[in-house]
Write a protein that binds this ligand. Structure first.
Ligand SMILES: Cc1cc2nc3c(=O)[nH]c(=O)nc-3n(C[C@H](O)[C@H](O)[C@H](O)COP(=O)(O)O)c2cc1C
Length: 243
């Protein structure tokens, strides 16, 4: 087995309320693989910003405590139409992270083009400081997560696995239910950014800079970069997925 082989580690994950969750928001495990150094961000950023998803309000509920945050890191994670799955990245510093990690559930509520106020109230402040869903109409979905009533569409999701990324966790989830108004387009972050008042953009820039600094500190604590190497593959005889 070559030294470059690496088997991604999944988190021990429990839906049982009350089980301790490690203090992940302040902790990055040095045994996790780190990031590659010597990147020129100006060469990479133009592509990275095309990878954001539509703006989603990620809602959650654990032991009666509801919360919502904004995310643009949602991806489809299944090709089978009647087995829909998604992945989403949730930063450990977020209040939502603790609720999602404990409940094993969340809902993705994709905002409509005019929901800039909701984008700000859910994405620019933490649920530790404000009851963000007060006054926002919602019902609870099958997963127990709030389904917001006035959005472009929703996906109600139950987590099936999670991968520790150091500063964030990538959650893989089954979609239990979903619906859309079918009208127009959802909200996209670059469009929202152009339409936000200057003061809101400045507010976001300040918050994002704090997040970047926090993430950088956690990423600096990770171990050496590793990758899944060819030695980690099954032999062709075993690998039935190869056509
Ligand atoms: C446009 C936008 C995109 C965001 N994308 C993500 C994301 O993909 N994942 C994430 O964890 N946080 C993301 N955030 C940040 C959280 O929404 C934000 O930190 C929020 O205040 C966390 O709230 P909470 O502490 O109540 O969970 C985004 C924020 C905005 C405004």
């Amino acid at each position: 087995m070559g030294e470059r082989c690496y088997t991604p580690r999944t988190l021990s994950f429990s839906r049982e309320p009350g089980l301790p969750v490690s203090d992940a928001s302040q902790h990055a495990d040095a045994s996790l693989p780190g990031t590659a150094p010597n990147i020129d961000p100006s060469r990479v950023a133009p592509m990275m910003r095309h990878l954001w998803s539509p703006v989603a309000a990620v809602t959650c509920c654990w032991e009666g405590r509801t919360n919502a945050q904004i995310a643009v890191t949602v991806n489809a994670a299944s090709v089978v139409p009647d087995r829909p799955r998604v992945v989403v990245q949730i930063y450990k510093v977020n209040h939502s992270w603790a609720l999602i990690h404990r409940s094993g559930a969340f809902a993705l509520n994709f905002l409509g083009p005019d929901q800039l106020d909701l984008l700000r109230s859910l994405g620019f402040q933490s649920g530790r400081d404000a009851a963000k869903l007060d006054g926002v109409p919602y019902r609870l979905g099958e997963s127990g997560s709030p389904i917001l009533e006035e959005c472009w569409g929703y996906l109600d999701c139950r987590v099936v696995n999670a991968m520790d990324g150091g500063d964030m966790t990538v959650y893989l989830a089954d979609v239990l239910a979903g619906d859309t108004t079918g009208e127009s387009q959802p909200l996209w972050w670059p469009d929202a950014r152009r339409r936000l008042p200057d003061a809101w953009n400045a507010e976001w820039d300040e918050k994002a800079a704090r997040q970047v600094e926090f993430s950088r500190q956690l990423l600096d604590k990770l171990g050496a970069p590793r990758q899944i190497g060819p030695d980690n593959r099954q032999s062709p005889a075993q690998d039935r997925t190869t056509p």
